[in-house]
Unconditional design. Structure first.
Length: 345
């Protein structure tokens, strides 16, 4: 059997179970009340019962515990100024999908040194989310590995499925059982149909394999998640946030018997990979809202303490608050943009 089984596995060891991590780092009652309340607000926004706009903003990927909390405190202060029109949610992305190879996020390599201390990464990620809940800051993340939600999802208010995984049956089934509203991104080639198919699939009941709280493999039977929206993120070569794309997406969703609910990602393809283009996308969306478009539920920004990005290197040599993955807007530009568009709207 050794010649045919786990031939390419160098080593393996068990993780703490989700139940053990939850007991070690518990979600207290007051925090649970807040997460439930935040999800309810976002659900209302996604279904357009609440006419405010969801603004999901934060680092491309969380890479530093202190910098994440620094950003969170600034966001909390800003949210109070704009809460009548915008509902601010912090990006807390702990998994980084890669087209080829590279740093895969705090969960997998929290020390940024390829030691892949996943146990530490899970604990650090959960501690950050607990800090957010304590501060009453709603959080958003992208779920990549289908096991991770069992460790972290009780603290997430809104989730996304990325462009590379929207077509995945595994992730569509996963979303059907998640407890928060979820957005599906259009595919990297720009296909919107794939995301609409994903929303329809995730709204249905499913049965599938997964890891249950005590660490054993089990079968999940889901109810279906009817609180999903589409995320327009552009493609590898073009944008798709203009009014013609919004109208096209609305029509496709209606033909699929779905309520049009669109979140526009101001980064990625829509910024042509230049973080300084994000404000123009946000301004265009606010212009569409002012002209009467009702299907746009939110926008997403990649934003950190400093503008731009830096290459991976030793942690001690990294610039504090500067992204090590996608380029981000700095905090000053982000705050100015959100206040500007609050006044415009």
């Amino acid at each position: 059997m050794q010649r045919v089984y786990n031939v390419n596995i160098e080593a393996q060891h068990p993780l703490p179970t989700p139940q053990e991590i939850h007991e070690e780092l518990p979600l207290r009652s007051g925090m649970e009340d807040f997460v439930e309340h935040a999800r309810g607000i976002i659900e209302g926004i996604v279904h357009r019962r609440d006419k405010r706009i969801l603004v999901v903003t934060g680092p491309c990927s969380i890479d530093n515990y202190d910098a994440a909390l620094d950003y969170a405190d600034r966001l909390k202060a800003l949210s109070k100024k704009v809460e009548s029109k915008f509902y601010l949610v912090m990006r807390t992305y702990f998994e980084k999908p890669r087209t080829t190879i590279g740093w895969k996020g705090m969960v997998y390599d929290p020390d940024l040194d390829k030691t892949f201390n996943i146990e530490k990464g899970l604990r650090m990620s959960r501690r950050i989310l607990l800090e957010m809940a304590e501060r009453e800051i709603p959080t958003a993340t992208e779920f990549l590995d289908p096991i991770i939600p069992q460790y972290l999802s009780d603290l997430i208010s809104w989730a996304a499925i990325g462009a590379r995984t929207t077509e995945s049956q595994t992730h569509r089934q996963l979303v059907s059982g998640l407890s928060m509203p979820v957005g599906f991104k259009n595919a990297t080639d720009g296909s919107i149909h794939i995301a609409i198919d994903a929303i329809k699939t995730a709204s249905a009941k499913h049965s599938f394999l997964g890891v249950i709280n005590d660490g054993r493999t089990g079968v999940f039977h889901t109810k279906g998640n009817r609180n999903c929206n589409i995320i327009l993120r552009g493609s590898s070569s073009s944008t798709n946030y203009g009014s013609e794309y919004i109208a096209f997406t609305e029509e496709l969703m209606r033909k699929s018997n779905l309520q049009p609910s669109i979140v526009v990602d101001c980064s990625h393809g829509n910024s042509l990979r230049n973080p300084l283009n994000q404000p123009a996308v946000f301004r265009d969306i606010v212009g569409q809202l002012k002209s009467g478009t009702d299907s746009i539920a939110g926008v997403m920004l990649e934003s950190y303490l400093k503008t731009g990005k830096q290459p991976m290197k030793n942690r001690c040599d990294l610039t504090y608050g500067l992204s090590i993955t996608d380029g981000c807007l700095g905090w000053e530009e982000t705050e100015q943009l959100i206040l500007e568009q609050y006044d415009a709207l």
